[in-house]
Write a protein that binds this ligand. Structure first.
Ligand SMILES: Cc1cc2nc3c(=O)[nH]c(=O)nc-3n(C[C@H](O)[C@H](O)[C@H](O)COP(=O)(O)O)c2cc1C
Length: 284
């Protein structure tokens, strides 16, 4: 039993970090094992979710901490096949990448995670309330942070039920059109989507390696140099992952450079500030 557990731990750490960067002092239990087993799923069966799955996942999401307990997020579960296709199509408007994220249509449920200051704006508008605080950038950040924290609890819950997920940041590509399609009120926007369904067992996703802990974990102050030695180590694990998964060879640094330097990466998200302002967020 202990041996099985140790083997599993070694295997997961190997996949997460590659042979040259496995951390040594890792404590272990079922929950840690589940977290370290995460992988995004991009191939789904069309099967319906088990009864109660959405409510269970949302209960997990609502159990996450949230700023001042303001409850500033909502989630729309899109289960209607036609609406789901329409949402996917809207996210692809103007895209150079053709039919991006086709798994949205494959899986039975698409969750849209919404940073939602609308409810509290209504509550606070009585008796000439100014909603002054909501006009600052921090308010938008708070709602967006809380949405992200809640949604990650949803991921953990879904995976514990044997379901698969993948986040879809592409929902911000055409944030204005997505908000209109879903009839979102002011002071709210879709932060990201999340595909939710039964993973197709014929195409199990691999665990994607991460940067070594030496690059990301700092004790008692930021070390600006440590990452430089770690990136070449990471490139080896990154390349192996791409080879093992028949992905075109590319370095991680090239991927980073593309995402930083090439505006085609933005796919419309450069309009987000304008959309947010139109939706009532003042970003002061
Ligand atoms: C906020 C967010 C947005 C994402 N958007 C997309 C997306 O639009 N399409 C996609 O295929 N994956 C998307 N992903 C998944 C990431 O590509 C994935 O998490 C990352 O490559 C690490 O892989 P892993 O989740 O399998 O460990 C997104 C992830 C996050 C957290």
């Amino acid at each position: 039993m202990i041996n099985d557990e140790n083997n599993r731990k070694e295997e997961l750490l190997l996949q997460r970090y590659g042979i040259d960067a496995m951390p040594k002092e890792i404590l272990w239990n079922n929950q840690i094992e589940a977290l370290l087993s995460h992988r995004s799923v991009r191939k789904y069966l069309p099967d319906a979710l088990p009864e109660g799955a959405i409510e269970t996942i949302v209960a997990a999401a609502q159990s996450a901490s949230n700023s001042s307990n303001l409850n500033q997020w909502s989630v729309i579960a899109v289960t209607d096949v036609e609406l789901k296709a329409e949402v996917a199509k809207t996210s692809r408007l103007g895209s150079k990448f053709g039919k991006g994220n086709p798994y949205i249509e494959q899986a039975p449920v698409f969750l849209l995670w919404i940073a939602d200051m609308y409810r509290n704006n209504e509550i606070s508008s009585v008796e000439n309330g100014s909603n002054e605080v909501q006009k600052y950038t921090d308010a938008l950040l708070m709602a967006s942070i809380d949405t992200a924290i809640a949604s990650q609890n949803a991921v953990i819950a879904a995976e514990s039920l044997g379901l698969g997920v993948v986040y879809i940041g592409a929902m911000r590509n055409n944030a204005k059109e997505i908000a209109a399609l879903l009839n979102l009120p002011a002071y709210s926007y879709v932060v990201f989507g999340m595909v939710l369904g039964m993973p197709d067992p014929s195409e199990v996703s691999s665990i994607r390696p991460r940067l070594s802990q030496k690059a990301v974990l700092h004790y008692n102050g930021y070390d600006r140099k440590s990452w430089k030695e770690e990136v070449p180590v990471y490139e080896k694990a990154f390349l192996k992952f791409r080879q093992d998964n028949s992905l075109k060879p590319q370095t991680w640094q090239d991927a980073v450079r593309f995402s930083s330097n090439d505006m085609t990466y933005m796919e419309g998200r450069q309009n987000l500030r304008q959309t947010l302002e139109e939706r009532g967020f003042e970003l002061r």
